[in-house]
Design a protein around this ligand. Structure first.
Ligand SMILES: [Zn+2]
Length: 260
């Protein structure tokens, strides 16, 4: 019986190590998440900039189209100027030509402004694309590190798994099944120590009668509250590699004599 409990304690220990490895493997490192976030932000920034550039290009094209039409209108008006005889009509045409020229000048200025702005935005974009490539490299590096880490964890897991198998094969099948069943229902923790009549799993009090039986250490017991397999911690202190703290000697003596 002592051997079964000792094996269960060992099994629980390696199972917790395996659980920790599995969790670590699923846990994407902060460093990778951070660069991935930066990369996404940079892409977003570039997209916004590209949209602004496209809008400006469209605006520029429409000014150019307008200008083209207005140049034609100007040429027609200038040609008509040669044919017109009446003074009033001549004056009106001159005025119209002046107005077209004035409006075209404004359009030309606007186009120049847009071109300046486009030049600046394109330079900005070039810079951002360069930064994007740097981030892509960083992400690839961090991913590779993470992958290497995962492989290393897999290797560690294989080693621990072998250890687990060698422990499990010494545990009676029905007890092992009971352990597995509790483990799946209790978040990976199926075997817990009890000291001072307190269950390490649920931190509740074990009834005195059960505690006395537990101290005798001649049978596998379960906590009546959390249903985990329990053992008297003091009896397995050596195996646990720790001396349980805060054991009330008086309480022990009052209940039963410790096997130690
Ligand atoms: Zn409990």
């Amino acid at each position: 019986m002592r051997e079964d409990i000792a094996n269960l304690i060992k099994l629980q220990k390696v199972d917790l190590e395996i659980l920790a490895l599995d969790r670590e493997k699923e846990n994407c490192p902060e460093s990778l998440l951070a660069v991935e976030k930066d990369l996404a932000a940079k892409k977003e920034e570039i997209m916004k900039l590209e949209k602004e550039i496209e809008e400006l290009k469209y605006k520029k094209r429409s000014y150019e189209d307008e200008l083209e039409q207005e140049y034609q209108r100007l040429r027609k008006s200038q040609n008509r100027l040669m044919e017109v005889k009446a003074q009033r009509e001549y004056q009106a045409l001159l005025k119209e030509i002046e107005e077209i020229k004035k409006a075209n000048k404004l359009r030309e200025e606007e186009i120049i402004n847009i071109m300046d702005r486009l030049e600046k935005l394109n330079a900005e974009k070039e810079q951002l694309v360069e930064e994007l490539h740097e981030l892509e490299t960083k992400v690839a590096e961090e991913r590779a590190k993470y992958e290497a880490k995962r492989e290393q964890l897999d290797e560690q897991r294989r080693v621990i798994w072998e250890e687990r198998e060698s422990i499990a094969k010494n545990i009676p099948t029905s007890l092992l099944k009971r352990y597995e069943f509790i483990k799946t229902r209790r978040n990976g923790l199926a075997v817990v120590g009890v000291i001072n009549a307190i269950c390490d799993g649920c931190h509740m009090n074990i009834p005195p009668q059960l505690y006395n039986e537990l101290i005798r250490d001649d049978q596998v017991h379960e906590c009546p509250i959390c249903q985990r397999i329990i053992f008297y911690k003091k009896a397995y202190a050596e195996l646990l590699g720790e001396l349980p703290e805060g054991e009330g000697e008086k309480e022990d003596q009052a209940q039963a004599s410790s096997p130690k």
